[in-house]
Ligand binder design. Structure first.
Ligand code: SIN
Ligand code: FE2
Length: 217
């Protein structure tokens, strides 16, 4: 038994991978707080259940969404926007639990963005076959803050392109506990999620949950 053998059979994925200038993948970064994250999410989802939003073009998204934080991202026939009120309940979105805000700030810090204080957390739920087409996150007022994205549940293929829609995206496998951060020169890079492959995750079952933290205001 040599050390080499252990390196080969261990996690071959590097803990940290640079995707572009200002964009980094922190593998397993959320694992240490997993036991607090999952119950916190269940409370949020009970108060503000997942729903499949309609785009301004009239297409129902395959990804189901909800939010926590002082504002939430919504879409309907009138457009995309951030709103302090959940249109389904008429109430404010659930508050962002401290464990979530701290995880996002710690990940941003690790990626070189200090003092990230997100006011919005979009929660995306993918079932097998669900996908998110290439898009830019540009409904926020503050582009100086990064985007912090936490993956939970089934693995997904993250597409990360460039500033132009036509830039060929690179593909990264995102697994349970992985965190992607993009900001600075890559803040407005096009990104998306390829159709989710079927599977069963030990903690979350037949789905992928993604948390995307933003500084909106
Ligand atoms: C997003 O772009 O809002 C979500 C990305 C992801 O699900 O990883
Ligand atoms: Fe996005």
């Amino acid at each position: 038994m040599t050390a080499d053998l252990f390196e080969t059979i261990g996690d071959a994925r590097p803990a940290r991978e640079t995707m572009a200038e200002g964009a980094v993948l922190l593998r397993g970064f959320a694992r240490p707080v997993e036991a607090e994250l999952v119950p916190a999410l269940r409370v949020i989802i009970k108060q503000a259940p997942f729903r499949n939003l309609v785009t301004p073009g009239g297409h129902t998204m395959s990804v189901a969404m909800t939010n926590c934080g002082s504002v939430g991202w919504v879409s309907d026939r009138r457009g995309y926007r951030y709103d302090a009120i959940d249109p389904d309940s008429g109430q404010r979105w659930p508050a962002m639990p401290p464990v979530l805000g701290k995880l996002a700030a710690d990940a941003a810090n690790e990626a070189g963005f200090e003092r990230f204080a997100p006011d919005a957390c979009l929660i995306n739920r993918y079932v097998p076959g669900a996908k998110l087409s290439l898009h830019q996150d540009k409904d926020e007022l503050d582009f100086s803050a990064p985007i912090v994205s936490v993956s939970l549940g089934l693995p997904a293929v993250f597409l990360f392109g460039g500033l132009r829609r036509s830039d060929t995206p690179r593909r990264y496998r995102l697994e349970h506990g992985d965190v992607a951060v993009w900001g600075g020169p890559s803040r407005l890079f096009f990104h998306g999620i390829a159709p989710l492959a079927d599977g069963e995750h030990g903690v979350l079952g037949r789905q992928r949950i993604n948390l995307t933290f933003r500084k909106v205001r």
